[in-house]
Design a protein around this ligand. Structure first.
Ligand SMILES: Cc1cc2nc3c(=O)[nH]c(=O)nc-3n(C[C@H](O)[C@H](O)[C@H](O)COP(=O)(O)OP(=O)(O)OC[C@H]3O[C@@H](n4cnc5c(N)ncnc54)[C@H](O)[C@@H]3O)c2cc1C
Length: 491
């Protein structure tokens, strides 16, 4: 996404892409015949003219909507598979949207009035949530909040639970946490993170937008990429070439004194070597975190390495389950919080230990899309048949509680599965960048700023993670590509 925008501006540049096509994270998957689904970024967007990917797609006449987040389809389950009453789901949705709105408002208040801590704010909010709710219903309401809040974790990719925004406290909503406290003591700024820090770290996804999100039809984002690339000669993108080394040691005063114009040397895994005056790296953050030490010669400046290190990368995995014919009666969107160590049959690190989201796809009616937090073990360790069996067991467990309207019970095993490998794939090493606790605006500056020589950029950095307000979103990636292109145009 960021790479193609760079080329748009600098027609003399080249792009080195490891994969066979642009649009890496949103590749199409074809099972058989006309059954398509997308493994990666499915492009949930708001129909909003300020959303650059939306407007680019619309202007090219490429938009075809597949579906929107549809409340009647939303089915939230308890961990034992019982469907939660709609009134709890509505309260939980309202609760999440209100906490989000309040934190925005409170964080923008003058210092002093906004020094309320997250935990104290959440304590009061939960108190309000539970007020008037019968004691025996409080557990269900808590489950609903936990499941709905986890939707936010899918959007943020926070599979490790160490994200700055978990200061909202949504990850720890349990009955023990709920106390009705109307009188709160306002702690000092040092005592606990203030609401101000939340504002700085919130990005991208908003609950208030949830009901307005719509999904592009399969292939729309790939078509957009192809459309953007059509104007340029094909040799400008060199596919299937993984960049292994970027040598920039010639950028020294000594070289210049010798009258040599310094260049960066780029070496790819097929042995090909290229030279350039400027390099824009638009590889995923996970790849950079793992390989920056061997990629750059000499090493990147310490401040850049530290900034990369401080950022977090989580993984959201996708499994597409293909059935000969749909085994469900009506479309659904299901959220299951997963099992916990106290549950019988719990296997640590199994798929059933994660929060899962199942979605039927309007434009691929035979496909069930499963999204989960964290990585799926690599194929070498756990084969497709094992994963398919595990998913069938989960569906069997859920359908046994009549949580869903299944056409057939037990739910048959899928005919085929396709799974992502973003966590273990060396080119990604994670799918969702996020701002970890301890990051601040200085960190962002170090992350984004180019490595320069005599005031000119030599190594530049783009990609969704370098656009803090919209990290992990396509339009953030696009904006970052434009930013780096503009930097060169200013020279
Ligand atoms: C499950 C999922 C759902 C998503 N849903 C949405 C959504 O609904 N809406 C939205 O806006 N965004 C969504 N996204 C996010 C969106 O896909 C990303 O923000 C976007 O793809 C990032 O673009 P990028 O150019 O920064 O990086 P990428 O798309 O990751 O591209 C980086 C490229 O660098 C290549 N590469 C890595 N190392 C090397 C190397 N050494 N040499 C050469 N090439 C290399 C990789 O192969 C890859 O092709 C989703 C992502 C995922 C995983």
């Amino acid at each position: 996404a960021s790479g193609s925008q760079f080329i748009k501006h600098k027609a003399s540049g080249s792009q080195y892409a490891e994969q066979k096509a642009l649009g890496s994270q949103f590749v199409n998957q074809e099972a058989s015949g006309s059954q398509y689904a997308e493994l990666g970024g499915p492009a949930w967007v708001n129909e909003d003219p300020t959303h650059s990917v939306f407007s680019l797609t619309r202007d090219r006449g490429l938009i075809c909507w597949a579906q929107e987040i549809n409340r009647p389809m939303l089915c939230v389950l308890t961990k034992d598979g019982r469907q939660l009453d709609e009134k709890f789901v509505s309260s939980a949705l309202r609760f999440c949207a209100h906490t989000e709105r309040d934190t925005q408002i409170l964080a923008s208040q003058p210092r002093g009035r906004s020094s309320l801590s997250f935990s104290d704010y959440m304590r009061v909010r939960r108190g309000h949530l539970m007020a008037g709710v019968k004691k025996h219903e409080q557990g269900d309401l808590t489950s609903a909040v936990r499941s709905i809040a986890s939707v936010w974790r899918f959007a943020s990719g926070d599979s490790h639970g160490d994200m700055a925004a978990d200061l909202r406290g949504q990850h720890a909503v349990g009955p023990a946490d709920i106390s009705i406290a109307h009188d709160i003591e306002i702690p000092s700024e040092e005592a606990s993170p203030s609401l101000k820090s939340f504002r700085k770290f919130s990005s991208g996804f908003r609950f208030e937008h949830m009901s307005r999100l719509r999904r592009f039809s399969i292939g729309t984002t790939s078509n957009l990429c192809s459309s953007l690339m059509k104007k340029f000669p094909p040799h400008m993108v060199r596919f299937r070439q993984r960049v292994c080394h970027i040598d920039w040691f010639k950028f020294s005063n000594k070289t210049v004194r010798e009258g040599v114009v310094p260049e960066v040397t780029i070496t790819c895994d097929n042995g090909k070597v290229y030279h350039a005056h400027h390099v824009i790296m638009a590889v995923p953050l996970g790849h950079l975190k793992t390989f920056s030490n061997e990629l750059f010669r000499p090493a990147l400046p310490q401040s850049k390495l530290a900034a990369i290190d401080k950022m977090g990368v989580g993984t959201v995995s996708k499994i597409l389950l293909y059935y000969k014919s749909p085994c469900w009666l009506a479309p659904f969107h299901l959220i299951w919080p997963g099992r916990t160590p106290e549950d019988t049959g719990f296997v640590a690190d199994s798929l059933s230990s994660r929060c899962l989201q199942f979605l039927t796809l309007a434009d691929s009616p035979h496909v069930l899309e499963l999204t989960l937090l964290g990585d799926i073990p690599a194929r070498a360790a756990v084969d497709d048949a094992h994963v398919a069996q595990e998913v069938s067991d989960i569906l069997g467990h859920l359908s046994s509680r009549q949580a869903l309207m299944w056409r057939c019970k037990p739910v048959p095993p899928p005919d085929k599965i396709v799974r992502s490998d973003w966590g273990s794939n060396p080119l990604y090493q994670g799918s969702h960048p996020y701002i970890r606790r301890g990051c601040d605006s200085e960190n962002t500056e170090h992350l984004v700023s180019p490595v320069t020589f005599r005031g000119r950029p030599v190594l530049q950095f783009a990609g969704d993670f370098t656009w803090p307000d919209l990290s992990r979103l396509m339009h953030g990636a696009r904006s970052s590509g434009l930013r780096e292109a503009a930097r060169l145009e200013l020279l």
